[in-house]
Design a protein around this ligand. Structure first.
Ligand code: AMP
Ligand code: ZN
Length: 491
């Protein structure tokens, strides 16, 4: 397609505008996304953000960029309530469960990978951990101290926000002004070691009971949460890189602090385009670990949650997520997911149909090129997947009309259609044909088995009908007798 790369516009949270995407290096894009703090199962909200950036990664690759995608694992330094005080989230979980902190980290990291694989996310190019980059974090703190923008108190190091703000503008990403921020904080009570309540920790002195701690020039301690992303992103992508993403809730203070740290250390703003994915809500409220308003991926895949009428395949859930723009909020409901499921199967049936479409030796009666261009235009407009999907459904309509002879397609247009349709469905949206859409032989066998069961029941042959049910259970198939008839699913 003609120069799709040069046409990509994306919404930069830093400027609040859609901008033409021009990477620092011609063919290469550096992308950093904040990863999870691995002390709990990821919920569907977290997954929405990671699936959104997987789509961004996929599309950049699709239009020919070489992308280095770095997504970290936070395995230290993230304190409770995102505050400066309190316990480390991972250390607390380890204490409560009587585990080593690294057992907690390993368990939830493995789970996180498994879940994202089920959603067909591609792995990042590099997945660095905070504990594996303590040396880099210490070096970064030292650089900021050397620039006079951080100070040491009692073995802790704090970023001097007011001094930084006097030289540059702190708060440019979140649009907060330092005076407003000051008004919203409590006054320091004399006990506080910080110069200003706005200052944030780069390095914290560890109390003797603190488990995860490391030696540093300022004493034994641990790094601040904001610092790790600055250290790891710039280590692998350079002092300044193209794209940085994360959920909307990370804009302040996490990303604001990343800008300040990077800029203070190197004199350049670390990120050219900031991208923020909006929140998934449940019952109108943000899905969140701390409030318990969550839906876990495994509950979706098994149907075991009261908000669900049945189980859903992870790829259907992915399609549901892709039907909303990444910058819009998305409210989860069983009805919406069920509607997505129907759409998904319609799309995937058409994908199979494309391969066997009849062709004409004459000219095509449809303008395949412009239909395909519309799809690129949607994606080039800040990764607008809902519009892309609407255009793919326009193509589905055409595919059926070609199939029933109302429209005609030439061999070369058919090849183009097939390549691009598959490209958008599989490579960009990251969907997959599911077993049930690929092979319906099990459906047919089940139809027969359920008919036999029904006949046995009508004849009051309970021994046969029970034997059928038991054998099905053994085979991992659950049969339900509902008011709308008999349904079955794989358990
Ligand atoms: P955490 O492990 O809490 O830092 O979250 C990991 C990622 O999930 C971050 O990018 C968050 O912004 C994102 N996130 C958290 N809650 C939601 C939500 N309800 N919807 C979408 N993204 C979320
Ligand atoms: Zn981060």
């Amino acid at each position: 397609m003609e120069n799709t790369r040069g046409n990509l516009m994306l919404y930069n949270s830093l400027t609040g505008k859609k901008e033409k995407f021009i990477p620092l290096h011609k063919d290469f894009v550096g992308l950093y996304v904040c990863g999870p703090t691995v002390y709990n199962y990821v919920h569907l909200g977290n997954c929405r953000t990671f699936i959104s950036f997987d789509m961004v990664y996929r599309y950049l690759k699709h239009i020919g960029y070489k992308v280095r995608y770095v997504r970290n694992i936070t395995d230290a330094g993230h304190l409770e309530n995102d505050a400066e005080e309190g316990e480390d989230k991972i250390a607390k979980k380890a204490r409560l469960e009587q585990l080593e902190p690294m057992e907690v980290v390993q368990y939830y990291t493995v789970d996180f990978h498994k879940v994202l694989e089920q959603f067909n996310n591609l792995p990042p190019s590099i997945e660095p951990t905070a504990t594996g980059h303590i040396v880099e974090q210490i070096e970064l703190v030292q650089k900021i101290i050397d620039k006079g923008l951080a100070y040491v108190v009692n073995g802790s190091v704090y970023f001097d926000v007011e001094k930084y703000d006097s030289q540059t503008d702190y708060g440019e990403l979140s649009g907060r002004r330092i005076e407003e921020l000051m008004a919203g904080t409590r006054a320091l009570d004399g006990q506080d070691e910080k110069k200003s309540p706005l200052d944030f920790a780069l390095w914290k002195n560890a109390k003797p009971e603190h488990i995860m701690k490391w030696p540093s020039p300022w004493g034994i301690g641990f790094p601040g949460w904001h610092l790790e992303c600055s250290a790891m992103s710039t280590k692998y992508l350079g002092d300044q890189f193209d794209l940085h993403g994360g959920g909307m809730d990370l804009k302040f203070p996490h990303h604001e602090c990343e800008i300040a740290q990077g800029h203070a250390a190197t004199g350049v703003k670390p990120v050219r385009y900031w991208m923020h994915a909006n929140m998934l809500t449940l019952n109108g409220k943000k899905m969140s670990k701390s409030t318990g308003n969550t839906l876990l991926p495994r509950e979706l895949f098994s149907g075991e949650n009261d908000v669900l009428e049945k189980a859903y395949d992870p790829i259907v859930v992915r399609f549901f997520i892709m039907q909303a723009h990444y910058r819009s909020t998305l409210d989860f409901s069983s009805e919406a997911l069920s509607a997505s499921e129907k759409g998904f199967y319609r799309l995937m049936e058409a994908q199979k149909l494309v391969e066997q479409l009849p062709t004409t030796k004459e000219e095509s009666s449809i303008d395949t090129k412009s239909l395909v261009s519309q799809c690129y235009a949607a994606m080039n407009d800040d990764f607008n997947t809902p519009i892309l999907i609407a255009h793919l459904f326009d193509l589905v309509k055409q595919i059926h009309q070609i199939n029933n002879g109302t429209e005609k397609i030439s061999e070369s247009d058919k090849l183009l259609l097939q390549k691009e349709f598959n490209g958008f469905i599989f490579d960009v949206l990251g969907l997959k044909q599911l077993e049930t859409t690929e092979d319906n032989s099990l459906d047919k066998v089940m139809e027969l088995v359920l008919e036999m069961r029904q006949k046995a029941r009508q004849e009051k042959d309970w021994a046969t009908s029970d034997a059928i049910r038991d054998k099905l259970v053994e085979a991992g198939i659950v049969v339900k007798d509902g008011k709308d008839g008999v349904t079955w699913s794989k358990s």
